[in-house]
Design a protein around this ligand. Structure first.
Ligand code: ADP
Ligand code: MG
Length: 286
């Protein structure tokens, strides 16, 4: 192939919706050894749909869904959007307290002074709520709820794997690049997606700080690492890696700002393309 100069490389990338914030990242990408990625919004669409509602006996479905709908209206997480679409108009007459967002866990508030939780099972554990542990093995994302100290039921939500996700992983493997997935989502869901995509190393149920420590372990092996993410909590890992790549369409401002490379159309296949453009680009030394 014809070696491209830096400007040629950056130009070729930008024509394909890949924005480089500096030519040096083309060089680093050309020699990247490990691509670490987030799941939600990176390899999946990041658009959730409610599938199933299971309310615990003794609680009213309408009541729990109303509470869930209102608490999620304080969140910008893609999960919140799915819940609004499903539950419809929000009942603002409820006596809701202050809502706190607990990173990697979910949301907490009160209704009439009684505690209400919406999030994953780690959230329930944090607040000492008993629930059926078998639910953790279901390979679906679950938003669990608790009211007044009791598990009040859950909804399952599903996301779709992006159409070019699988080919992205095979391209990376063909380039001899190691691939790891790090996600805040349930381990059973992360393992299912990783298996479909052919990613050998995948870790779920990670808090933002756990993503950092997993990435540090990989960096400590001496490999040059690119991280690809989209989420609100991905900015620290994007900053830590040799090249931080952000999905620009759905991505949070913080992650896009911190990133060295932005993929504007959110297609993961552009990761492999960016590396190939990097390899075809040769520094012109005057
Ligand atoms: P990721 O983008 O890797 O899934 P996040 O840190 O955004 O990581 O979320 C991790 C998990 O925390 C989610 O999968 C979900 O279980 C829970 N969670 C976060 N925010 C909310 C929310 N607003 N409502 C319910 N659950 C949430
Ligand atoms: Mg994410």
């Amino acid at each position: 192939s014809i070696p491209l100069g830096y400007f040629g490389g950056i130009g070729a990338a930008s024509k394909n919706g890949i924005l480089f914030k500096g030519g040096n990242f083309l060089d680093i990408l050309a020699n990247i050894q490990h691509v670490v990625m987030d799941k939600t919004g990176t390899m999946t669409e990041g658009v959730f749909k409610v599938q199933e509602v299971k309310i615990t006996d003794g609680f009213e479905q309408i009541d729990i869904l109303n509470k869930l709908n209102l608490i999620e209206s304080k969140s910008t997480h893609p999960i919140a959007t799915a819940i609004h679409e499903f539950a419809g108009e929000i009942d603002h007459t409820q006596n809701i307290g202050e809502v706190s967002e607990i990173a990697g866990h979910g949301l907490q508030t009160t209704f009439d002074g009684k505690e209400f939780l919406a999030g994953n099972f780690k959230l329930l554990e944090k607040f000492n709520i008993d629930y059926d542990k078998n639910l953790e093995n279901i390979p679906e994302t679950i938003v669990a709820t608790a009211f007044d100290g009791k598990f009040s039921g859950y909804i399952t939500i599903a996301d779709q794997i992006k159409e070019d996700a699988q080919e992205t992983i095979s391209s990376l493997k063909n380039l001899g690049i190691n691939v790891t997935m790090l996600s805040g989502d349930k381990t059973a869901v992360v393992e299912k997606v990783a298996k479909i995509l052919g990613i050998p190393n995948a870790f779920g149920s990670l808090l933002p700080e756990d993503k950092v420590s997993e990435l540090m372990k990989i960096i400590a092996t001496g490999q040059s690492v690119a991280f690809v993410g989209d989420g609100v909590n991905d900015a620290p890992v994007v900053a830590l890696s040799d090249v931080g790549i952000a999905m620009g369409g759905l991505g949070s401002d913080a992650t896009v700002e911190t990133a060295d490379v932005v993929i504007q159309d959110d297609r993961p296949s552009k990761i492999a393309m960016a590396i190939k453009i990097g390899k075809a680009t040769k520094k012109i030394v005057w």
